[in-house]
Design a protein around this ligand. Structure first.
Ligand SMILES: Nc1ncnc2c1ncn2[C@@H]1O[C@H](COP(=O)(O)OP(=O)(O)OP(=O)(O)O)[C@@H](O)[C@H]1O
Ligand SMILES: [Mg+2]
Length: 252
């Protein structure tokens, strides 16, 4: 079977001739359906640029990205809109919840846009809210929620449409350690129970240790990768720390 996601010789250059900055410089990777992959690398190594290219928010300069055997780099604007809506889930650091909608309405929005029936929407949200322990806060507005609660609502919103791929950029960056742990457990749960495929950028070795595989990038290329295999999370954490030290650079 083809991998869910294939990235081939991806390049993203910013600026012109003299002041060319190569954010992605021949990046290659494949992700299988059902994987939970962490992406780590020094500041400026191209992590966010990679995620933005996968999210089709940015256009690559060269190279290919296929998701479910579909080439993304040549999609037209209208196709991109539909592709993002139906195939991707986003969990970004800034939550991006709509302030004038309740938690429930925020989660329901994508399904409503897809034309899902109201009774089906209710059923889906009830089930997911129960799993993520947000049932009691569904009627609240974002400003009435804690950071961790907002992040879990954002996670629910990202997966409610059952996207092929969930993209997360530093999803725990704005959270205290307890809320961060809860969100990481949520992502693990989505991965294990709903078979969600997750690609998470993080500079935090603890967050990364929740993934099953870590891809290390440096200077816009894949530098190394490690698989968790049968290791416990803390064993995997130790390996991540060791490899981060070898890679060097600032991870903040
Ligand atoms: N819009 C832009 N215009 C010009 N250069 C950019 C732009 N966005 C990113 N870059 C450059 O591309 C490189 C990769 O940036 P990117 O944001 O992908 O790094 P990152 O790995 O996410 O870093 P961090 O860990 O600090 O978030 C950097 O050298 C950055 O300066
Ligand atoms: Mg970044």
């Amino acid at each position: 079977m083809e991998p869910l996601l294939t990235v081939r010789e991806l390049e993203k250059f910013y600026g012109k001739n003299g002041a060319l900055s190569k954010a992605l410089d021949g990046m290659n990777m494949t992700i299988e359906a059902g994987e939970f992959v962490g992406v780590m690398g020094p500041s400026g190594s191209g992590k966010t640029t990679l995620l933005n290219c996968l999210a089709t928010i940015e256009r690559a300069t060269a190279g290919s990205i296929t998701l479910n055997e579909r080439e993304l780099t040549t999609l037209k604007p209208k196709e991109l809109e539909i592709f993002r809506r139906d195939q991707l889930g986003f969990i970004f650091q800034e939550f991006n919840l709509i302030e004038t909608l309740t938690a429930y309405e925020n989660i329901a929005l994508a399904l409503t846009i897809q034309g899902e029936r109201v009774d089906k929407i209710e059923k889906k949200i009830a089930q997911l809210a129960n799993q993520l322990e947000i049932t009691s806060i569904l009627t609240k507005f974002p400003h009435e929620l804690s950071g961790g609660q907002k992040q879990r609502v954002a996670a629910a919103r990202a997966v409610i449409t059952n996207p092929a791929l969930i993209l997360a950029d530093e999803p725990t960056g704005a959270l205290d350690s307890k809320s961060a742990q809860k969100l990481l457990q949520t992502l693990t749960q989505l991965n294990q129970q709903l078979a969600a495929t997750i690609l998470m950028v993080t500079h935090d070795p603890v967050s990364a240790s929740y993934a099953n595989r870590i891809i290390f990038i440096k200077d816009g290329k894949v530098f190394n990768e490690i698989h968790r295999g049968d290791q416990t999370r803390s064993e995997f954490f130790q390996r991540i720390i060791a490899l981060s030290a070898v890679l060097g650079g600032s991870y903040a």
